[in-house]
Design a protein around this ligand. Sequence first.
Ligand SMILES: Nc1ncnc2c1ncn2[C@@H]1O[C@H](COP(=O)(O)OP(=O)(O)O)[C@@H](O)[C@H]1O
Ligand SMILES: [Mg+2]
Length: 774
Amino acid sequence: MTLICKHCQAELPDGMRYCGYCGARLSDPPLYLDTHQRSQIRHVTVLFADLEGYTVAANRLDSEALYELVQQYTDLLSREVYKYEGIIDKMTGDGIMALFGAPVSYENNTERAIRAALDMQANFLMWRQHVQQNLNLDLNLRIGLHCGPVIVGEIGSNIVMDYTAIGETVNLAYRLQEIADPGSIFTSAEVVHQTRAIFDYEQLPDATLKGFDHPVPCYRLIGIKPLTGSTRTGEGLHAPLIGRQLELNHLLQAAHQIQSSAQGKFILICGEVGIGKSRLLQEFKNRLTEENIPYLEGYSLTYRRSVPYWIFTDLLRHQLGISAKSTIAEIRRQLSQTLQSCAADQATSLVPYLEHLFSLPTSDPNYLLLIQNLEADQFRQQVLTAIRSILYPCHADQPRIWILEDLQWADEVSLSILQTVIADLEQTPLLIVAAARSENFPPLQKFFQSLPSTPSEMVERIELHSLTDEESHTLLAKLVDIQQFPAKLTQNILEHAAGIPLYLEEILRMLMDAGALVHSPSGLRPHRSIDGESLGVPITLQGLIQARFDQLTAFQRTVLQYASIIGHHFSRGLLEAILPVHEEDLQKTLQELIEREFIVATPDHPQGEFAFRHLLISEAVYNTLLKKERSRLHTLVGTAIESHYSGRLNEVIELLARHFSWGNQPEKALHYLILAAQKAMTGSLYEQAQKHYEHALTLLPGVESAHQQALQVHLGLGDLYQIRGEVKAARAQYLAALDRLSQMASPEVQEIRNNLLRKLRELTASDPALQERV
Ligand SMILES: Nc1ncnc2c1ncn2[C@@H]1O[C@H](COP(=O)(O)OP(=O)(O)O)[C@@H](O)[C@H]1O
Ligand SMILES: [Mg+2]
């Protein structure tokens, strides 16, 4: 089925929610746009492609020929955008702007954008020859890519709504495209940071670009690294395996057993993103190789989700020894050899299906007809026969182990075949080890449900949990020179990483990219003073979390966003106060969010009975809100807390100070900051008190005639410095207080003034150097 865009009449593949040509919305109302919040900040990758030689073409061709040329060209580009799940934001005759990561994010947005760019250039090259021969025109394609935060949303009147992205990120991508050499792909440093594990780049001299104050680093994409597998390690960070010995031994034991068994086994390794599933499989494969135990591999990749039979095509390729570089003739030879040795009786009957599966040109025109006339189910049956004859162990040296990566991305047909294969395991000595995320992926869930629920002998599930605190610390110590790290920074990194190795690596990578960590002979160490307090969310993780967030319903997303405003911990009561919904609806949604592993219940926690699963999740969700929306909600939360806790405000002063200052309510913020500082002073928490007072100082200029508050801040800071023995600083604050007093006219002024003068005299007495200036 195809869809027709109501706005520009373009034909589109089924399942799209936005028109790839004009950006118009296709279905109403879309699931992912919240009714009250149509704009969002998102991390996206922006791709600009531009046709060089268009003006010459426009001058030379008549309008019909030009139309056809543009049609072919835009088809060529948009095909690649769709293939890698991007959308086309704008299209001019000779250029396009595409977004990866909006309106819906599918994770690894940058990788997909680059693959699209590479395929565009490859296809363009062929088309270019054709145009050269037929129209005698010399055309070239320039592509520029950049990733970063953009404001996206629907822009325009109610009648014509365009989904679009705006901001500096878009501008840089455009400028990079402008300076790109014909036929090349230029990218920003941010793109390189995120994808250097997968692609090779050449660094170019910094470029002076319109709209940018400083020269901008830029890179030329060279190509895909010769790398198989889906481990995502970038350079510079590689630790030995920490923990996971039990799991690894278990897999090895199963691998040994299967060699002499008559029955098979399916082991599913589950766990959240970055917990170490692929790493465990990698270690397992290393051990198998050491022991000369053969195995086959099948990968599922996000951008191959729409390719049916992918896992099994992969396994078959592996078994036949076909690589990306194999020629068609080689593939045919290997295919016929394998069929001869494995399934002589079916050798010829399977050829048409295998040719189709490997996308080979048909060797017999009748095959095409045969396949076209087949019902989907009959084709599936034939593939199953091929799998059984070629992949099931029928002689001694045939691999008995299959390793399936990222099963959550598997296409539905592969999953349904896998289900049948698992049912065969009773009589088939195969060990299938698969890794999958434990999150909610509808096709995978259906698959899980089809597996026996109690762990039988043949189906096992290994759940990978976060590393323990000790393991996390060991991992960090393997990656950096931990001696050089301030304790607070170490603690903050570990807290953010929450036992997930990927998070830990990405946080370090982010700090490296920012120049905050540098290599030294003894390992990574901090370069300059890092603000250990606010690490931020690595872009790669923001993308990962965003992709999961996009799968939620609008209401679930709103609840999460509101909760992220309240903080890492939150209570239902407060949520109810700021989100006017039915109690049961909220209760139900919170339960769903627990099931979807965004939040956890923390019934005994003083700050609320719920918390986000990880700090990074709450921060990433918070980052999706526009600044304006954030301040509005912080004020709402502040006001709700005030009424919720009236009578016992002392408990929540710090919270109120935070919400009102982030809510851009300087008067209220000032009020609570001073109270919070005074409270900290009473408890001798001087560092905290200083932070609050200093924060208050920065707010003073924004509040009119805040003499009283200013006085309190200066007096407070004066006392604080005095206690700490910082005489000079104390004196400066007291003098500032005196200055404020002179502008006030309340009855107590005189008394405060006397008090102050006494303090100043005492200070001076204790430090003779100051005496002459009083
Ligand atoms: N137990 C571990 N010890 C050391 N490094 C680990 C461990 N588990 C994972 N890593 C590293 O963390 C990163 C993410 O792990 P990965 O296996 O890709 O996660 P997953 O496949 O579960 O998403 C990889 O760089 C990996 O090498
Ligand atoms: Mg993985």
